[in-house]
Design a protein around this ligand. Sequence first.
Ligand code: MG
Length: 475
Amino acid sequence: MGRLTVVVRERWIAAVCGVLMSCGVVRGVAAESTKPNIIVVFCDDLGYGDLGCFGHPTIHTPHLDRMAAEGLKLTQFYSAAPVCTPSRAALMTGRLPIRSGMCSDKRRVLFPDSGGGIPDSEITLAEALRQQGYATACVGKWHLGHLPQFLPTSNGFDSYFGIPYSNDMDRIAEAPKGRESFWKPESRYWNVPLMRNEKELERPADQTTITRRYTEEAVQFIKEHREEPFFLYMPHSMPHVPLFRSDAFAETSRRGLYGDVIEEIDWSVGQVLDALRTHGLDSNTIVWFTSDNGPWLTFKDHGGSAGLLKDGKGTTWEGGMREPTLVWWPGTIAAGRASAELGTTMDIYATSLTLAGGSLPADRVMDGVDLAPTLLHQQPSPRTEVLYYRGTRLMAIRKGPWKAHFMTQESYTGNNELVQHDPPVLHNLEVDPGEQWDVAADHPEVITMLTEAAAAHAATVEPVPSQLEIPLSKK
Ligand code: MG
């Protein structure tokens, strides 16, 4: 075929597409020639077993179930830490929190009296995508520092609407003591600010409407930026306790208040995906849905369920860090599949940047890998290893199906003792995802392999100061 023929054919195709688009027959053709939009919906303390499509018997999640049916369900996908701040730092930097100082053994997360936050030297995903021409917005709970220099708008986001730290912080003295204030929560018990960019909009934030307002904000952002590539980071405040939902979801779920909250998040995801369809962006947008850590089990029916996994938030058992994860990109990611390939939230960084046409920073250790070949072409995951940190301690490591616990520690319970294991406790997670049977005695060669892998990783870690231990007054 001659060169002239090719040129004529391309012009003919372009002309036909233009006519079809003007008639509304073909949506999103123009957008498809550009970089994909990227949306990350990040829940707070959602358990592995809390969605219909992940097996919950009474929580009703039709929109997430549809997202799974139209997309990909990842059954072995991990956060990089079992609590909020370090987990979010890893997602935003593509690096383990031990490398940025966004972890500590003394204070597990940032608090309103913290003076630290995400270091300026880190290149956030928003900064990296903005370099690639993306409009960027953060809608939800940040928790990477509440001082101006740490807020989303100082870290690559064009706009921010949300709360700067957890919804259970800043509890007022007049609130019922202990957990009483959680069992019958009222927004006024927690003096948490709702912010737009660097300014307080409302304090205390009305938490009953917060999921709905995040959703409206997200839908508006999609509409306003439909003509350019965008990155929308949507870290919900829920279902972190205290639990709140709007009136429309009051007492609708058979799972009680926690179920109401999840069902409102499910509605929210439906609104976001509908907005993409309405604006013809569905075929040019990759949407991730996952969580920052596992369920807060000691809050009983106000906490979620890790399903068949062991334990929950705060621990390095599977229930603390394996997250219910969906990836949706109609027409590009095959519909209705489940994959047990390994992935972590740090890989969202590497994957997004690659899809946007960028490359990973070369001047630092990056812990994320590009999952695009796995998501798009069903190739084996390039990730072969999962590192389970609690604060600064490497508690466990996974390679292939094998996970060795060097240390274990319960969380938020009476027994909070750090237990060392020599030999390590060993599980084959593909056979035993619930970590029930220690098979270390049968596999000394696996113990050796994992111990060496942990040592090789440790050699890449350089000590940095902890941001979580900096008091407010010193900054
Ligand atoms: Mg959390």
